[in-house]
Ligand binder design. Structure first.
Ligand code: GLU
Length: 448
């Protein structure tokens, strides 16, 4: 008889063998299943029904060619992906990532994470992810449009408001969602608002969707601090990245009285001791679509550190909001030595497993991405609700729903960790709570 631990190790070996070379996917799987031993021990039926084995195998994986022409008429070929990972709780739901680093394994790791994240929201959404190795950097609006049209010309047959609902991620925002929706509408002859989320609020998008991931991660941090009788007020923060998630995390932190002294992009770090000026940052990133170095054109006393490591900057609260594996063990050590008390992840899997261990061993309040950044996809589900009822909610109403969802997610993770004698361990809490939610739905459907 194999025990629960041995069973989980065996499943992990099989995942590695079946998905060779997909190291980020292996990492994401291991980080979840290594925390599930106590659940299998408590409820062996999950093991008998091979629920973990089933959860680790995507329901479907689509790979397609995306040909497009640049402004000079030259033809380019990219690769498109859409992985439907789990539909036990609802239609596949998750973003599209356009970035040159995208491989099938990247999309699989993101879709796998999405399974647990989406379950934590308590809303009826399954999990998926997609994207392309297309690099939007430096492309004209027309090139972006032609790429999106070509991408959707294949994708449209696989998605639908009851089947699979893509949204944005790195490299995909309201502009791209607009081009994608326009092409979907044209091909299908249907104004099917609920087929994509992250739409512009002028034509069916939810207010607060743009801000939601960033705001949500700050609400999650606030809840973690409350447990420790602390608040955000007056805290010095560092937020990595400068995309959608980072910008709106900074906005909410500032609204709640915290001071954000640094942000970054893949070229370097901005350190502004007096606090990041959000208006300038938005102008640089959202209007000019420029590199953050341009921030110093307006703020001469701010420092630009080319290729600098943002985690070297002392802070009390850290918000990794850039990309996967951006924060390693060394960075985690430095943060702790500099007095950091809490880390909340706006990006997906930004901390390496060694960094996570380091946070947990040092009793840092550590909110893993699948819990802390669930506000984005939760607000996408609220967008789907509005589309289904042909309604449009106010900013205040939507934001209060988001806040309540983040409070509930925090409580679910906290209470579950306590139930398993791991109080304060949000990694175990998030994984176990979401696993049970998905697993129970899967069991109800039989062997499918
Ligand atoms: N890409 C986001 C995430 O990582 C949002 C997905 C969505 O809104 O569907 O959760």
């Amino acid at each position: 008889m194999v025990n629960a631990q041995q069973r989980i190790e065996k499943i992990y070996e099989e995942v590695k063998n079946r998905n060779p070379g997909e190291t980020e996917f292996h990492q994401a799987v291991w980080e979840v299943i290594e925390t599930l031993t106590p659940v299998l021990e408590k409820r062996p039926y999950y093991a008998e029904q091979k629920i973990i084995e089933r959860i680790c195998e995507p329901e479907r994986q689509i790979i397609f060619r995306v040909p497009w022409q640049d402004d000079k008429g030259e033809v380019h070929i990219n690769r498109g992906f859409r992985v439907g990972f789990n539909s036990a709780l609802g239609p596949y739901k998750g973003g599209l990532r356009f970035h040159p680093s995208v491989l099938l394994g990247t999309i699989k790791f993101l879709a796998f994470e999405q399974t647990f994240k989406n379950a934590l929201t308590g809303l009826p959404i399954g999990s998926g992810k997609g994207g392309s190795d297309f690099n939007p950097k430096g492309k004209s609006d027309n090139e972006i449009m032609r790429f999106c049209q070509s991408f959707m010309t294949e994708l449209y047959r696989h998605i639908g408001e009851m089947t699979d609902v893509p949204a944005g991620d790195i490299g995909v925002g309201a502009r791209e969602i607009g081009f994608l929706f326009g092409q979907y509408k044209r091909i299908t002859n249907r104004y099917e608002s609920g087929v994509l989320t992250g739409k512009n609020p002028t034509w069916g998008g939810a207010l607060v969707r743009k801000e939601a991931t960033g705001y949500g991660v700050v609400y999650f941090a606030e809840e973690m601090l409350k447990v420790r009788n602390k608040s955000l007020d007056g805290k010095t923060c560092v937020v990595s990245g400068s995309g959608n998630v980072a910008i709106y995390a900074i906005e909410k932190l500032q609204q709640l009285g915290a001071k954000v002294v640094a942000c970054s992009d893949s070229s370097g770090v901005i350190y502004d001791e007096r606090g990041i000026d959000l208006e300038t940052l938005k102008a640089v990133k959202e209007v000019q679509r420029a590199r953050i170095q341009a921030y110093t054109d307006q703020h001469k006393d701010a420092e630009y550190r080319e290729k600098g490591n943002i985690w070297d900057i002392p802070c009390e609260l850290a918000f990794p909001c850039a990309t996967q594996n951006e924060l390693d063990e060394q960075a985690a050590q430095t943060l702790i030595e500099n007095g950091c008390i809490a880390v909340a992840e706006g990006a997906n899997m930004p901390s390496t497993p060694e960094a996570v261990d380091c946070f947990l061993k040092n009793h840092i309040a550590y909110g893993p991405g699948k819990a802390a950044n669930a506000g984005g996809v939760a607000t996408s589900a609220l967008e789907m609700q509005q589309n289904a009822s042909r309604d449009a909610w106010s900013f205040e109403h939507t934001e209060s729903r988001l806040r309540q969802i983040m409070t509930n997610i925090h409580k679910d993770c906290y209470d579950t960790a306590r139930e398993f004698d791991m109080e304060g361990n949000y990694v175990a809490g998030a994984n176990i709570a979401s696993f049970r939610h998905v697993a129970d739905a899967m069991l109800a459907f039989g062997v499918i």
